[in-house]
Design a protein around this ligand. Structure first.
Ligand code: AMP
Ligand code: TRP
Length: 334
């Protein structure tokens, strides 16, 4: 059966190793399998739930497209587009915001984290963000949604919205219930400065993450400065508990090498961090530097990036406008 894949990435700059290993690497794999129809969306409507500099946002939309392509997503075989151009997303999001319940949204942990202490000052959009995400997914009848672990709760909300809509309007199976595709291992890459915190675009210290635009020297510097602990590397995986930094660095190494954490632990058992870091740097430079160079090259070819988005818009708009028209009919609009 053909899998319909949909996923999105926010164009908020600093796409990093966590985005790559948790999501984009999987997008590439799924996109290269001819059994799948894949749609990858630059979710610019989501980006403005927090303040953005308009000029930088435009630049970041292009950079996200460049990152997709540089990572290996083929823009001819897959649909790459930006969300704001396809008006069906905003329309469907409104309808779904009348289906979703306040109680469901108030349980979303990402809102709590992003809004911080002063919830009163958070935008309404930041609160209803997962409803727009449900619209993204449900408009394309996506069957599978590849994301990092942090998006699991939002995916569950999309499923709840689809089910409630189908029930409320007696539309058996009109909205398809999407399955999350979350990698069992390495779906949460942690900060290089604090192994208990997620690697994140918004972390102030650039040393906390490897950006996909980092050059070789920055990669070397960041790994050399990455936090460790005083012990040598352990002999088995259980001993990694309570050693968050060691576990994270070994996970990064394993994920890049497509091997298990157990294998990597075996490889470096008893060695000290400096020896391990040398090997890790080599793997990172081999995998990330070509992507970074390609992003740079693509960013100087704006015309090509814009063409990808034009083509993606045509295809996505065609699919989404049909679905949203049907959605409006079901609700009773005419
Ligand atoms: P975002 O940058 O928030 O739009 O996230 C894009 C994708 O990257 C989503 O699927 C996230 O779940 C994933 N992601 C973001 N940060 C991490 C991380 N530190 N580890 C693994 N996946 C991540
Ligand atoms: N919320 C996702 C994130 O921050 C991005 C996103 C928006 C998304 N719409 C989506 C992911 C639809 C998957 C499917 O990472």
């Amino acid at each position: 059966m053909t899998k319909k894949i949909f996923s999105g990435v926010q164009p908020t700059g600093n796409l990093h190793l966590g985005n790559y290993l948790g999501a984009i690497k999987n997008f590439v794999k799924l996109g290269n399998d001819s059994n799948n129809d894949c749609i990858y969306c630059v979710v610019d409507l989501h980006a403005i739930t927090v303040k953005q500099d308009p000029r930088l946002l435009t630049e970041n939309i292009r950079e996200t497209v460049a990152t997709f392509v540089a990572s290996g997503i083929d823009p001819e075989k897959n649909i790459i587009f930006n969300q704001s151009r396809v008006s069906a997303h905003a329309e469907a999001a409104w309808i779904f915001s009348c289906v979703a319940r306040m109680g469901w949204l108030s349980r979303m942990t990402q809102f709590k984290e992003k809004a911080g202490k002063d919830k009163e000052k958070a935008s309404v959009g930041l609160y209803s963000y997962p409803v727009l995400m449900a619209a993204d997914i449900l408009l394309y009848d996506a069957t599978h949604v590849p994301v990092g672990e942090d998006q699991k709760q939002h995916l569950e909300l999309s499923r709840d919205i689809a089910q409630k809509f189908n029930n409320d309007f007696d539309q058996d199976n009109f909205l398809k219930i999407p399955e999350p595709l979350i990698q069992k291992e390495f779906s949460r890459i942690m900060s290089l400065r604090d192994g208990t915190k997620k690697m994140s675009k918004s972390e102030v210290s650039d040393l906390s993450r490897i950006n996909l635009t980092d050059n070789k020297d920055s990669i070397i510097l960041k790994i050399k400065k990455a936090k460790t602990d005083p012990l040598p590397l352990p002999n088995n995986v259980t001993e990694l508990e309570n050693r968050a930094e060691a576990k994270n660095l070994l996970s990064i190494y394993s994920s890049l090498n497509e091997t298990s954490l157990e294998n990597s632990v075996k490889e470096f058992a008893g060695k000290n961090f400096s020896e391990f870091k040398e090997v890790l740097i080599q793997v990172l430079v081999d995998k990330i530097e070509p992507i970074s160079l390609e992003i740079n090259k693509l960013m100087s070819n704006q015309e090509y990036l814009d063409k990808i988005l034009d083509l993606g818009y045509e295809k996505a708009n065609d699919l989404a406008s049909k679905k949203v028209n049907r959605l409006k009919e079901i609700v009773g609009f005419y």
